[in-house]
Design a binder for this molecule. Structure first.
Ligand code: SF4
Length: 449
């Protein structure tokens, strides 16, 4: 049961000793209530109070780590229904299903796709994370597990035979694979999962079934549980996903407070495009992992983008580090362009400079992640800040001819910049980044003629 702020306050020593870094116990309490501080920072709280406060501060959905090294991911750990209330923390894992009745070539292609399909967007590397391997009794399950293990990805083991899962664990236990169980075998596989410190996935046709199994498992000491609503209808899956999240967050039902996996092949989508569409719905509606039948660039990329957009902190704009970026191999006569450090702006502008194939310096001003026009309106990008940045970076020492191109939307800065930077030629660039290549080619062409 969640504690109210007043209940938490009663548990604090109320001596205002400041050892936690806050001037009063009340100020510290406010930070705990916001989830920004750890109660362990107060050295004077007794063990019993600590226990109660830890339980109250724990996220209503448990966090589970799977995989290892660079491929390790966290699932669950969410605290809100809607992203704008705070943020979503742990991006949905994206996986592919491999069935041991598939032809060998198809298995290889699927493993290749999960390794090789990766993208970069606004400096963030995006890729799929999970391989789900299903035992259909063709005798190739263990061999596929072993090959999937070599990809380094997180694994999900799906077999009704506990002895086969146990053998598979000998190969891949160190990546903490998810062990998938049904109503028929969850007790046996729960023991196995507990003994090998692996999380268990429980399949249930409805919320009641899922809750009954999670309560049973918890009683037997299994803590790391993932819920798998098993349905063939997207509308039903959608309803269950929402109900589980609401039950965990609003009603604080601990039996629902687990990460959830959406297994899209169960929906029997007519094609991979439809499946991708279902996948993006499941990401938006709280799935901690989605498993797809196929990974193709044309569907994986939009899914990864949907995930990226949902799992960024809405209170913090995505920003690039301030400084001078060399594009191509610029020399002493190269042009200098300036932009803000809003990541999207930076990547669009740098991409267009690259497209022009004209080497240039790109100056990025720290505008706290604001776009060019907003930064100008907030007085974070003006003639003075630009001149200071140029001096601070030492860029002038690298240049013989000094030409600075400012974004077309900053025409009003032209006069002030000419005063601040008397040795520089200031040019007004295009208003749209798409016109940068033509603009740069035009300048370079004029230089030659
Ligand atoms: Fe209060 Fe504990 Fe902070 Fe001291 S350290 S001010 S007792 S919360």
């Amino acid at each position: 049961m969640a504690l109210k702020p007043l209940d938490i306050f009663k548990l604090l020593p109320k001596t205002n000793c400041k050892e936690c870094g806050y001037t009063t116990c009340l100020a510290f309490l406010m930070q705990i209530a916001l989830g920004k501080e750890d109660i362990k920072k107060c050295p004077h709280i007794g063990e019993e109070a600590k226990k109660q406060l830890s339980a109250a501060a724990a996220p209503p959905i448990i966090t589970i780590s799977i995989g290892k090294g660079e491929e390790k991911i966290n699932i669950g750990g969410e605290t809100v229904l809607y992203r704008h209330e705070k943020t979503f923390y742990n991006p949905t894992g994206i996986g592919i299903l491999i069935d041991d009745d598939m032809p060998e070539e198809e298995v290889e292609n699927k493993l290749d796709s999960i390794v090789n399909l990766k993208y970069e967007r606004v400096g963030i590397k995006m890729k799929a994370n999970v391989v789900a391997i299903k035992d259909s009794g063709k005798g190739r399950f263990l061999e596929i597990v072993s090959n999937a293990y070599k990809t380094g990805k997180c694994l999900m083991l799906m077999s009704n035979d506990a002895s086969i899962i146990e053998k598979a664990l000998q190969t891949c236990k160190d990546v903490r694979p998810l062990i998938c169980a049904s109503k028929e075998n969850y007790k046996t596989l729960g023991e196995l999962a507990k003994n090998h410190s692996c999380p268990i996935v429980i399949k249930g046709r409805n919320i009641q079934e899922l809750c009954e199994m999670s309560i049973d498992l918890k009683k037997s000491g299994v803590e790391e549980i993932v819920l798998y609503p098993e349905t063939e209808k997207i509308s039903e899956l959608f309803r269950i996903l929402i109900e589980l999240r609401r039950s965990a967050i609003i009603l604080r039902k601990t039996e629902c407070g687990y990460p959830v996996i959406s297994f899209l092949p169960d929906l029997k989508p007519v094609n991979y495009l439809k499946e991708a569409l279902y996948g993006s719905v499941c990401i938006a509606k709280y799935s901690s992992i989605i498993i797809l039948s196929e990974l193709k660039g044309e569907t994986l990329f939009p899914i990864l983008l949907a995930r990226l957009n949902l799992f960024t902190d809405p209170q913090r704009p995505m920003a690039t580090t301030e400084g001078v970026y060399e594009i191509g191999k610029p020399g002493p006569n190269s042009l200098v362009l300036i932009t803000s450090n809003f990541s999207l702006t930076y990547f669009i502008v740098s991409g267009e400079i690259e497209n022009s194939r004209i080497p240039a310096y790109l100056l990025v001003q720290d505008t706290e992640g604001l776009s060019v026009l907003t930064a100008w309106a907030a007085d974070k990008l003006n003639a003075e800040t630009i001149a200071t940045l140029i001096k601070k970076t030492g860029l002038e020492e690298k240049l013989k001819s000094k030409t600075l191109i400012i974004p077309g939307v900053l025409a009003q800065l032209m006069g002030e910049l000419e005063e601040e930077l008397p040795d520089w030629k200031i040019l007004l660039g295009p208003r749209e980044a798409a016109y940068i290549p033509a603009f740069l080619k035009n300048i370079e062409g004029n230089k030659i003629s």
